[in-house]
Design a protein around this ligand. Structure first.
Ligand SMILES: Nc1ncnc2c1ncn2[C@@H]1O[C@H](COP(=O)(O)OP(=O)(O)O)[C@@H](O)[C@H]1O
Ligand SMILES: [Mg+2]
Length: 268
């Protein structure tokens, strides 16, 4: 499924947050949004998922304006993993994952055999089948994140929006989550648009990277075009050297000692 965003402006009350954002995501791509805190990344994800109404601009899924697609139809195609997730304490993994089927149920109808098969498939794909009866609150961070991804998978989406899916996870679960996203993208052809905090991970796992700063789209392109000394200095306020990761075929950077504004005065 492809995505087109055209001239998007989003405000909270009178405060302009997103300023004239336009871009395309091709079907089957992994696109990662990076940018400093408060730059508007989550706002962009929320706008695409139609959780926020833009002041102006248009968003198209497979060339159709999302305002002309009904909510259930959107939910059948687009799954969203928000940055902040609430879960009631007394549900099992299987129940959580079953929520993913809701957009597919006919009004007043219960789960069909097919729905149950999809839930089992999503549990299997995320390695949770054996523990499907465990309560979500008892899970480790990585397992919980997998349970949420299983729920989005049960939606059988064509596009996945993930807002900082690795935050609060140990490095091993961060890798596990990103590897899983990659497998889902490659084997199921799901288009992925995600926000990541870690620029090196973004460079490693993305076909394209998008840089948002202060509500503006500053750069958009392949990781090797995006990860540059100038970008890191101008947007992220760090001096860094750029290297090539020959194993994963992507750029990575190593920051030098910070002499920018962050932490200034600590050694004075
Ligand atoms: N519900 C809200 N009401 C008012 N301002 C908000 C709201 N949500 C976010 N903002 C503001 O919008 C800006 C962008 O926020 P956000 O999209 O969450 O940034 P990011 O995800 O890049 O950290 C920030 O200045 C934030 O304070
Ligand atoms: Mg955010």
């Amino acid at each position: 499924m492809d995505l087109r965003v055209e001239g998007l402006n989003v405000s909270y009350d009178e405060k302009r947050i997103l300023k004239d954002i336009s871009f395309n995501v091709e079907s089957g791509e992994v696109v990662t949004i990076i940018g400093p805190n408060g730059s508007g990344k989550s706002t962009l994800i929320k706008s695409i998922s139609r959780y926020l109404k833009p002041k102006s601009g248009d968003i198209y899924l497979n060339k159709v304006n999302i305002n002309r697609i009904n909510t259930k139809e959107i939910a059948k195609n687009l799954a969203v993993l928000p940055q902040v997730k609430a879960v009631s304490s007394d549900i099992s993994i299987e129940e959580l994952v079953s929520y993913g089927r809701f957009p597919h149920l006919k009004f007043g109808k219960r789960m069909s055999k097919e729905d149950k098969e999809v839930i089992a498939w999503a549990l299997e794909k995320t390695g949770l089948f054996k523990m499907k009866d465990r309560y979500v609150v008892t899970l480790s961070g990585g397992e919980r994140q997998r349970a949420w991804i299983a729920m989005t998978l049960a939606q059988k989406p064509k596009m996945l929006l993930l807002d900082e899916p690795t935050t609060f996870l140990d490095i091993c679960y961060q890798m596990e989550t990103l590897e899983m996203v990659k497998v889902l993208n490659k084997t199921l052809g799901i288009t992925v648009v995600m926000v990541l905090h870690d620029i090196n991970q973004a460079a490693r796992y993305s076909d394209k990277m998008m840089v948002i700063n202060d509500g503006e789209l500053r750069e958009y392109g392949e990781p090797c075009e995006i990860v540059s000394k100038d970008l890191l200095k101008d947007i992220f306020k760090i001096d860094a050297d750029i290297y090539e990761d020959k194993v994963n075929n992507c750029p990575y950077f190593i920051p030098k000692k910070n002499n920018g504004t962050a932490g200034k005065g600590l050694n004075d």
